[in-house]
Design a protein around this ligand. Structure first.
Ligand code: UDP
Ligand code: MG
Length: 331
């Protein structure tokens, strides 16, 4: 039966943790009783260098409740890194992992659907918010604008999906091959591929405590998302450079006409032409350098070039590569 681990990153969450652990335990018990998941399923709380009693609480609950485990990071490394730490700790211990926030804003009642989809063969299941009614107009507007902007830049992210998702162990293995330090999991998971599906849910409000994502952190996260996934901004520089160079030719013709018709001051035409042409040329050169920087950027990330979903090669060619016989006409 499916062994599932809930992975919950926590940063200064002493106000919500006892209630969260209680609710998740009830949920897990129900699922175990109904025979949906294995008794070996667990909840893993990652303390992201909290300054309050979060870790003491995790330790205390882990002692009392055998379903609770904890990992403490040496210092605050941010939500995405804390989540990755949890996923990588759980990876070899379970069949699949469900990541969710400590404040239970994500509706835990849809976990059954996550498991159903996993049992149907999905390796990744995305939790998608069905509406954003409860958000402020500002948050809703900026979030939606951001998703649109990202897709314009060619970054494949799931609309209205945060980090509430199920990942099977194969997807987690694949994720472990992405070594990048500027982590933006929402961008990486769709890159992994494999069969995936969506589960829709209503997002609640935080039941206690404050958001650990102030505007400054959110902006950094948004910029990270763009700069970790798209080289389009670099390409835009070359394109603008080319456009300005072309415009400078038109300008050159205009300046020549003005010069010969005597309607310009001496020196104006030559100065304007040089300013435009040199400006465009410099931008184009920066763009060319940018193209190489873009290549270095993707090489340095060393992302896996492919991930294998299935093969049928074992049955046809024997189990080990040594068994594969060369084919051809050499009789
Ligand atoms: N979080 C974390 N490290 C941080 C900031 C946040 O582990 O540096 C966790 C936090 O405890 C919560 C999750 O990330 O479980 C999402 O944060 P929050 O609910 O405050 O964000 P919001 O829902 O307001 O976007
Ligand atoms: Mg929250």
């Amino acid at each position: 039966m499916t062994v599932v681990y809930f992975v919950v990153p926590c940063y200064n969450e002493e106000e919500v943790l006892p209630e969260t652990i209680k609710r998740l335990t009830v949920k897990l018990f129900k699922m175990i009783d109904a025979g949906k998941v294995s008794k070996k399923s667990r909840m893993l709380f990652v303390d992201d260098g909290s300054k309050d009693r979060t870790w003491e609480l995790i330790e205390q609950f882990a002692e009392e409740n055998k379903f609770v485990g904890g990992v403490k990071l040496s210092r605050n490394r941010g939500h995405q890194n804390a989540l990755l730490a949890g996923l990588m700790t759980a990876k070899d211990k379970c069949d699949c992992v469900i990541s969710l926030d400590a404040d239970l804003q994500d509706d835990i009642e849809v976990i059954d659907q996550f498991i159903e989809k996993y049992n149907e063969g999905c390796e990744v299941v995305y939790g998608v918010r069905s509406s954003r009614d409860k958000d402020t107009a500002f948050k809703r507007g900026t979030a939606q604008g951001y998703y649109k902007f990202m897709s314009m830049l060619g970054v494949d992210i799931v609309y209205n999906h945060a980090d509430y998702r199920l990942m099977g162990s194969r997807a987690l293995d694949a994720l472990s091959q992405y070594k990048e330090v500027n982590l933006f999991l929402r961008g990486i998971v769709p890159l992994i591929g494999f069969r995936s599906d969506y589960v829709y849910y209503e997002r609640n409000e935080r039941f206690a405590g404050e958001s650990k994502y102030p505007l400054k952190k959110m902006l950094k996260f948004a910029v990270d998302g763009i700069t970790s996934f798209s080289v389009k901004p670099l390409k835009i520089i070359s394109n603008v450079g080319i456009i300005i160079c072309l415009l400078s030719i038109i300008f050159f013709i205009y300046a020549l006409i003005s010069f010969f018709s005597g309607s310009s001051v001496a020196g104006w035409a030559s100065q304007m032409c040089s300013i435009w042409f040199l400006g465009g040329l410099q931008m184009l050169c920066i763009g060319i350098v940018g193209t190489y920087v873009g290549k270095i950027y993707s090489e340095v990330k060393a992302r896996p070039r492919f991930l294998i979903d299935k093969t049928v090669i074992d049955e046809k060619f024997g189990k080990t590569p040594g068994d594969i016989k060369p084919c051809g006409n050499d009789k």
